[in-house]
Design a protein around this ligand. Sequence first.
Ligand code: HSE
Length: 420
Amino acid sequence: MVKIGLLGCGTIGSGVVELLGRESCHRNGLSIEKILVRNLSKHNNRPYGCKLTNSFEDILKSDIDIVVEVMGGIDPAYFYVKQSLLKGRHVVTANKDLIAKFGNELQKIARQNGVRLLFEASVGGGIPIIKPLSESLAANSISEIRGIVNGTTNFILSRMGSSGMAYEAALKEAQQSGYAEANPESDVMGFDSARKLAILSSIAFRCSVDYEDIYIEGINNVSADDISLAKYLGYSIKLLALSRRSEKGIMARVAPVLLKNTDPLAGVADVYNSIIVKGDAVGDVLFFGQGAGKLPTASAVVGDIFDIVRHSLGNRNKECFDAEELLSEKVDMEGCSADFFIRIKPRSRVEAMNKIAGLFERFEFVFPDRAKLQKPVDPNQIVFIAYNIPEVDIDEKIKSLKAADAVDSVLSVLRIEGDD
Ligand code: HSE
């Protein structure tokens, strides 16, 4: 059994409770022993299935393996995390303020006490970025990090751009969705992005980047006119966190910028975050995902818990494909359906269309507008989209099409993927 002490049970904390209640967590023996909350009476009706306490001492003297800090802020999180490490507890935290300011000191204490301090959730919400940067890309010399690392500001700028929503209304929506900081000034003035950039840059450049040295501009001066003119010119406005390392040293900046619409970061909308890391061996690597919110952030927190369980708590070197843990589910296409783009060359156009109508329940013929085509297509073909075809049926249907007298040949059968 791996005993967890949770510090805080707000938006992220309740997400962690939810994910730790999943079967895979039970199977790995993860269980929440105690939850520290500020106000016990506020949590009376929530059935967490474990003890609540308002005393940190109570957590510290319990038999706990991993302390998970999701309270945010510096005080008292700094004290709690430090004490936990000194007491020999592994710590997982989502707290970027804490890591940006005291990360070095706390990591040192963790090392001295033979425990680990993991903080994947502190940058990019649910996106795995800390571990890839510090482990998977370790062979590289990283020269640049470019990213959108604040969900709230990206949400605001996206809403203002796509629906003409006013700044205040977009901010309110972000707050209601649990994305914004308690004091959203930290988001909109760029401080939150700067802290995250400091954490990423410190890991990538293997040096201590202080967020107070980062040049910061917020989005508070970006107007609706800026956004619509940028759009007209083929740009999107994004709050970009950028750091570069060259012979001259390290530059780090957070500021709203116009990004050409062809830039991969320009299409990153709403609460999504994306980070591009440039390594000398690997080239550019793009990370993308939800950068804030209850379950995405909790996903990163629980990922760190698994890391500790697998590599530091007696399960050392447990591999991803551990035979004991593999599920017995088989892989097959049964039950799956897809939409298909199909082109055929008919012998008799009308009869072939009738054949298609008989074979497919939901379908649509495509009659391309020649003027809009990049290249003229052979007019002697039938193009159609067949919807929701069970994967187990598609081969038979295509065989039947091919066998029909009215059909000369089937030219292509391609699946259509992505949101409608
Ligand atoms: N306020 C932060 C954001 C939360 O909007 O990105 C996640 O760190």
